[in-house]
Design a binder for this molecule. Sequence first.
Ligand code: GLN
Length: 473
Amino acid sequence: MNTLIQNLTLDDARKGLLEKKFSARELAESSLSVIKEKDSEIHAFLEVFEDVLLQADRADTAIAAGERGALLGIPLAIKDNILIDGRKASAASKILEGYTASYDATVIGKLKNEGGIFIGRTNMDEFGMGSSTENSAFGPTKNPFDTLRVPGGSSGGSAAAISMGATLAALGTDTGGSVRQPASLCGLVGLKPTYGALSRFGVIALGTSLDQVGLLTKTVADSEILFSILRSHDPLDSTSLPDSFFKKHSITERLSIGIPRDLLGEGIDKEVRRIFEAAVLKFKSLGFTVKEVSLPNARYALSIYYIVLPAEISANLARYDGMRFGVRERGENLLQDYLKTRGLGFGREPRRRIILGTYVLSHGYYDAYYNKATALRELLRKDYENAFREVDILITPTAPTSAFKIGEKTNDPLTMYLEDIFTTPVSLAGIPALSIPGGMTSSNPSLPVGIQLIAPNTREDLLFHVGKLFEKA
Ligand code: GLN
């Protein structure tokens, strides 16, 4: 197997290409050979594009002509819910079978402008609902560290694609943890940016008040490179933040870290706890002040999330009616058309959440559930504001467990939802977080465990700064 790509970071690859140590074609061939060797087992990709080498040749011509795109010739993998003009996008759902995107998502346009190469669409939980990539209509993805285990989700295909060595960076989406948790389970760096930092134009919607495009990479430096390429105001996305929000800050020498003890109670795997405590010690030895902080409403986060998100899902997924996109099943009349199309097109988890979402929004229950949840969400947001008056960043484990076995949690949605205990509060507050590799379990096989760094709004710079210090130490 041609393993050139497996030993590189995105930054190495950029330098190597410009210094002509290898060509974009060689890099792309190496990526395809890894996919050929491994993906029949891992199943990170729903589709590997036919024109990868053609794209690489174009990049080589551009490099020879002196062009200098920041990603010129770099192979990238894209989650199947982000639109690339002229290519299929299915959000791993049957209901979108046969749908081809007719325009580029803004983030895709930016990657194209910098000369990035798209190698394929990655597998995911249907529409982003899940924490294991087992909810894909096209079968699960496996964790490259142990193929009996899940890669996490919902961006599990993107994470596995990097982790198995087929690509250097990938886009995912993170609504309640879908980039951070697979990053943790696959030993990668995963960024969930500030809500509104990256454009969502051309991204298939799940929960509109929560969704963000997220970045999966091998290193913090690579995450920073991609973030700086993708971040800018987009008039096509009404929630996109103005550029002035992301000014350059000077970062003080002595930073403080807060540990939200209210979140670190029962239910955390022993090895995860050990690795987390070791990370805290490492931060102390790096000169950080560490103190405990309180997020009194964080214990309600999962309950808030699993009311707010299904409510938004029930609205966002109403558009899949068999008339506008993808699959269409015909019945006796219009209502039957809808029922048949949606009944056959959606998998179990989307159906479960649509039902839950319409219920919490229904006339008799709106106040009891949806309104309560949004009120509590506001309190949670304030908890973070208060915590950030005391400390610069917060840390938690990214997920309560390392990679679990395929099938282990599929029959019990509630235990699956518990995987999101550390990531959903951050998403509800809209603030940015970065999952970085924290260490490996002492089990056999040894599995990666991620540490989540959390910063105030628009302070991705702090996450990158602290992440790099930790990575280097
Ligand atoms: N696991 C969470 C869920 O199932 C997060 C999903 C996501 O971030 N897209 O909703």
